[in-house]
Design a protein around this ligand. Structure first.
Ligand code: ADP
Length: 459
């Protein structure tokens, strides 16, 4: 890319310089030609006047005199007849190869001066000639070598050629430096990407002052890296947790099997072992099923029944389900439901599961004597379910993590649970176009709020 940019830059620079050169060259050439033509015509007209006033003899001697003074190899003068024969001329020794113009070309009959450019054999430079009618079937021919003009143009070409070569070299160098500077930002992104390829996810592209576009690219790249790093970290944690949570029940299964095998071996022991194996296996299956459910709901592949549901029914049923558990723990349960139906579109079983998980937690993390309150509210567009408890609460620093898979706060590790309940609830609510949030503090109780889009059928 740097090479190509340099090439483009140099090419463009060269083409522009060449264009300027050609323009100057053409205008300079035409200016020099016009100057030569004017000089020729002026001289021819002076001779014409002399010829008309003093005749052929005076003209002939003036031819010689003038040629001497201007240089016999630089100019020549001739008096021509109508047929183009030479009647008188200046010193033509230096003008070998110069023919009489021949009949018709002398042009005395046209009345107008005629210009020609000749290439004489054996002469390096061209010759510019004018033939001026002088009356009485005579014409005066004035010729001049274009040597000076051609040498000047030659010098110009040489000077420009050298200048162009120098300019191209400088242009190429400047182009290369510019392209390198422009590309250095991309280079930094590439170097960082290469570093990441080796597993160093903490690397970031340093922001340099190359310009907004490159900095935007670096920023977007860094954001993406941040997300990838967080994702990989989460994946690692989930894998660690899964490994840990799977190992505990399997260790228990192995433990009881071993004890039974090395024990007395009576039927009672085997029955106890079988019961424990079943119980632990059920927990494992439940955990795996929940994980699959979360993944499905998160990725949007879970098929959601699009039924019209009254949230009041869902909350009431869930509260009824948990009433006995709350009573056992001496926890009071209150429900505040509006009188009007609160309709949403969704999957009854899944929403019930989400609300049940929140109620389960509220009861689990509230000591005896506390209260759990379930209430429903709604604004113009969204329904809201609040599950509030007066329990142990959640430390502020843990709040951002409680929805992560397998995350359990230290305060609650003594209670049963897998750390998947809130993840599943959140995945279900999100799949319904809703959101879930929490307000809590240690020993202040917690309020989990679910919001869902309302759906009223058109009248
Ligand atoms: P668990 O199976 O541990 O209950 P969850 O995903 O349901 O898993 O909850 C994650 C963690 O959030 C819990 O371990 C607990 O520390 C905290 N938590 C959830 N709900 C509450 C609540 N109502 N009161 C206090 N802590 C809670």
């Amino acid at each position: 890319m740097t090479f190509r940019l340099t090439l483009w830059y140099t090419g463009l620079f060269g083409a522009l310089s060449l264009g300027v050169f050609l323009l100057v060259y053409v205008s300079l050439t035409s200016h020099l030609h016009a100057q030569a033509d004017n000089e020729l015509l002026d001289t021819a007209r002076e001779f014409e006047a002399l010829y008309r006033s003093h005749g052929e003899e005076a003209l002939t001697s003036e031819f010689r005199r003038e040629a001497q003074s201007r240089g016999v190899s630089r100019v020549f003068f001739r008096l021509l007849s109508a047929k183009g024969d030479v009647l008188a001329a200046s010193d033509l020794e230096a003008w070998s190869g110069l023919e009489p113009p021949g009949s018709g070309s002398a042009g005395p009959t046209t009345g107008q001066p005629t210009f020609r450019t000749l290439s004489l054999p054996g002469h390096r430079h061209k010759v510019r000639v004018v033939i001026e009618p002088a009356g009485g079937d005579r014409a005066i021919e004035v010729g001049m070598t274009l040597r000076d003009a051609e040498i000047m143009m030659e010098r110009y070409r040489e000077t420009f050629g050298t200048a162009l070569a120098l300019m191209l070299a400088c242009g190429g160098l400047v182009g290369w430096l510019l392209a390198r500077k422009a590309m250095s930002g991309v280079q930094r992104v590439t170097t960082t990407a290469a570093g990441i390829g080796k597993g160093d996810l903490a690397r970031r592209v340093p922001l340099g002052g190359e310009g907004r576009e490159i900095d935007d690219l670096a920023r977007a790249f860094n954001d993406m890296l941040g997300r990838i790093e967080a994702l990989v970290k989460e994946l690692k944690e989930v894998t660690d947790n899964v490994a840990h949570d799977l190992r505990s029940p399997i260790t228990r299964i192995r433990g009881i099997a071993e004890t039974t095998l090395t024990g007395r071996g009576d039927a009672g022991d085997f029955r106890e072992m079988a019961a424990t194996v079943i119980e632990e296996s059920d927990r494992l299956i439940e955990m795996i099923n929940t994980m699959l459910e979360i993944t499905k709901a998160d990725s949007g592949v879970a098929e959601l029944a699009g039924d019209q549901l009254d949230l009041r029914e869902i909350v009431r049923e869930a509260v009824d389900l948990f009433h006995p558990l709350a009573e056992d723990k001496c926890i009071g349960m209150t429900v505040n439901l509006p009188e009007q139906p609160v309709l949403v579109l969704g999957d009854r079983a899944k929403l019930q599961r989400a609300v049940a998980n929140l109620l389960d937690n509220a009861i689990k993390y509230t000591p005896s004597g506390g209260t759990v309150t379930a209430s429903i509210g709604a604004d113009a567009e969204r329904a809201r379910i609040d599950i509030a408890d007066t329990g142990i609460g959640i430390d502020e620093k843990n709040i951002p993590r409680i929805f992560d898979r397998f995350y359990r706060c230290d305060e609650s590790r003594s209670s049963s649970g897998s750390g998947l309940g809130l993840s599943l609830a959140q995945a279900i609510i999100r799949a319904h176009g809703g959101g879930i949030s929490v307000k809590s503090g240690i020993d202040e109780g917690s309020v989990f709020s679910v919001s869902l889009p309302l759906h009223y059928p058109p009248h």
